[in-house]
Design a protein around this ligand. Structure first.
Ligand SMILES: Cc1cc2nc3c(=O)[nH]c(=O)nc-3n(C[C@H](O)[C@H](O)[C@H](O)COP(=O)(O)O)c2cc1C
Length: 363
């Protein structure tokens, strides 16, 4: 494959992912039963709603609320428009924001602008650069990225942190997926030691277990985003791409459609791993965010709902973000928590399947 063909393939795949997420059926069939996480109501909160302070430390930076706009897009003109809107909102609301995988920008400097736009419109926002773990090791058709490439990704958007995404489930169902995971943990450690900003390890829909969280902590990651199953499903998105190419034949995506550790379970798995845990995957309201925090997360990530709102327009995105923040603030009030830290790991009763998971895994 020539360099130009590779750039075209990555860029058009980014556009397909975006379109299928926005207009297809991208939510996991697993569903996330947030009802299994019950917050204990406090009938005497003894504070004014205005006393609730959502400010949080996020990878060493202060953000206005423990909700980050997860890394999703870039690498295409349409993605640039969405990144611009997401970044304007991040700046306005004081939230951290992630970029989508920046590999396309490395291969084609013209595409770098589709990520850089975020920094241009959000000079003060906490931005998190993004690269895939499979790119840190050699693949059958591509060498591993060099450390200077990773630094370039971070510098290109003046990011305060780097997310390394773990997406081997997606790679297994994607026809052209990267199949080599050998050496990834060591490569993450090398990036941690040399990149100069905190590194977050981030799953993308299959969750992180207690054992792997500990290994990631041991190589020095500053935070873990559990990226659990139950929200946006990259398997479904890949299944739709496969279906479009093969007359509806989607065997891999069907076989792996329910794969993964649900987000709620992954919070319980990772919460004592020694670094802050961020809960992404199916967080669909500020009340869900409060539940995730009560289970032990330090913050939550929201992807698809913000992506859809950004696609609809700046005003729509503003409204959706404001709604999340308002709900979270009120949920904190109703649990008698002045800050997210007061709620963190406290006051959640776990029912049903989640309770079974917790017991069987000894969490
Ligand atoms: C269109 C789309 C593209 C994505 N691309 C990336 C990516 O490049 N890198 C990454 O770390 N995560 C990526 N994600 C995963 C999100 O960051 C997030 O983990 C996922 O959407 C789950 O959150 P949600 O259920 O709130 O959408 C992508 C998600 C979507 C919807």
């Amino acid at each position: 494959m020539t360099h130009e063909e590779r750039v075209d393939l990555i860029s058009s795949r980014k556009l397909e992912h975006l379109q299928l997420a926005l207009h297809g059926d991208a939510e996991s069939d697993l569903g996330l039963n947030w009802n299994e996480v019950r917050l204990v109501h406090n009938c005497l909160p003894e504070m004014d709603l205005a006393d609730v302070d959502l400010q949080t430390d996020f990878l060493g930076q202060t953000v206005s609320a423990p909700i980050w706009i997860t890394g999703m897009t870039g690498g295409h003109e349409r993605a640039a428009r969405i990144n611009r809107r997401l970044a304007v909102a991040a700046e306005r609301h004081g939230l951290a924001m992630g970029l989508g995988s920046q590999r396309a920008g490395l291969f084609d400097p013209d595409l770098m602008a589709t990520y850089r736009v975020a920094r241009d419109v959000a000079p003060h926002a906490v931005l998190v650069a993004n690269i895939g773990a499979p790119q840190l090791v050699p693949q059958s058709d591509a060498p591993a990225l060099e450390l200077h490439d990773i630094r370039a990704i971070v510098e290109s958007v003046e990011a305060q942190a780097l997310a390394i995404h773990l997406n081997f489930l997606q790679e297994m169902v994607q026809p052209e997926g990267d199949r080599n995971a050998r050496g990834v943990l060591e490569a993450i450690g090398e990036v941690v030691r040399s990149v100069g900003v905190p590194v977050m390890a981030k799953e993308t829909g299959a969750g992180i277990s207690r054992e792997q969280a500990r290994r990631l902590q041991q190589v020095g990651v500053a935070a873990i985003d559990v990226g659990g199953a139950g929200g946006t499903s990259m398997v479904k998105i890949e299944g739709a791409r496969e279906g479009q190419r093969s007359n509806g034949h989607v065997s891999m995506a069907e076989a792996f459609g329910r794969w993964g550790i649900p987000t709620t379970a992954s919070i319980l798995e990772t919460r004592h791993c020694g670094v802050p845990v961020i809960a992404t995957g199916g967080v669909r309201s500020g009340v869900d965010a409060a539940r995730a925090i009560a289970l032990g997360a330090a913050a939550v990530g929201v992807g698809l709902p913000f992506l859809m709102a950004a696609d609809a327009g700046e005003a729509e995105l503003d409204l959706v973000i404001q709604q999340f923040i308002t709900e979270l603030r009120r949920a904190l009030f109703l649990t008698g928590s002045r800050t997210p830290e007061e709620l963190q790991g406290q006051g959640a009763v776990v029912l049903g399947d989640l309770s079974t998971w917790k017991k069987q895994r000894g969490l």
